[in-house]
Ligand binder design. Structure first.
Ligand code: SF4
Length: 193
């Protein structure tokens, strides 16, 4: 294993241990544990969802429920298999009843995501759903006109797109979401060449 990869793994493991002890917001009191994130640390792309749901809270892994299964399928079809990317959420603890995390909870949890980002330095960040998009790009962002657009922040390109749970609820979002994932796939391939 090369030194850069080994250092990343060690840094992220240390960060995960610290995050697991976090009680910085009220969400920790209502969940089983902190769901930190997982995936390929050397990936140029990081996916950020809203927060763990019931299955994620039970298993301690992000995007493993029904929405996660759909995400896996979309990633595979876009030639970005799950094991090649990194996946996490803007809040690491399950909000009660799977409600949307509020802005204060997202802001309180953001330092963990920032530190994950600092370790990985991904070229692309994909925000799955409005909550992550509001917390990271702009609290007034609307998904309809803004999904699929790249927002440049330093050396990183950030794209908001539909959360797979929203696609499950509303199948008419399949097409625009798929177009976004094709765009992400093209960008990652171009970056790799
Ligand atoms: S949601 Fe984030 S800030 Fe709140 S307790 Fe969990 S890890 Fe800490």
């Amino acid at each position: 294993m090369d030194l850069v990869r080994e250092t990343k793994i060690n840094n992220l493991k240390a960060l995960e241990q610290k995050a697991k002890a976090c009680t910085n917001c009220g969400l920790r009191a209502g969940c089983r544990g902190v769901v930190f994130g997982e995936g390929n640390l050397n990936s140029p792309v990081m996916f950020v969802g809203e927060g763990p749901g019931q299955t994620e809270d039970e298993l301690g892994r992000p995007f493993v429920g029904k929405a996660g299964q759909l995400l896996d399928k979309i990633l595979l079809a876009a030639e970005l298999p799950r094991e090649t990317v990194y996946i996490t959420n803007i809040v690491k603890c399950r909000p009660p009843g799977n409600r949307t995390p509020n802005m204060q909870e997202m802001q309180t949890c953001l330092p963990w995501l920032r530190q994950q980002f600092t370790v990985m330095r991904p070229r692309f960040m994909v925000l799955l759903g409005l909550a992550a998009s509001h917390g990271i790009i702009d609290p007034n962002l609307k998904m309809g006109p803004n999904h699929g657009q790249w927002f440049e922040r330093g050396n990183t390109l950030i794209m908001p797109t539909y959360h797979p749970a929203a696609i499950l609820r509303n199948p008419s979002l399949r097409k625009p979401a798929w177009e976004d994932f094709q765009k992400i796939s093209r960008a990652v391939k171009e970056w790799a060449h």
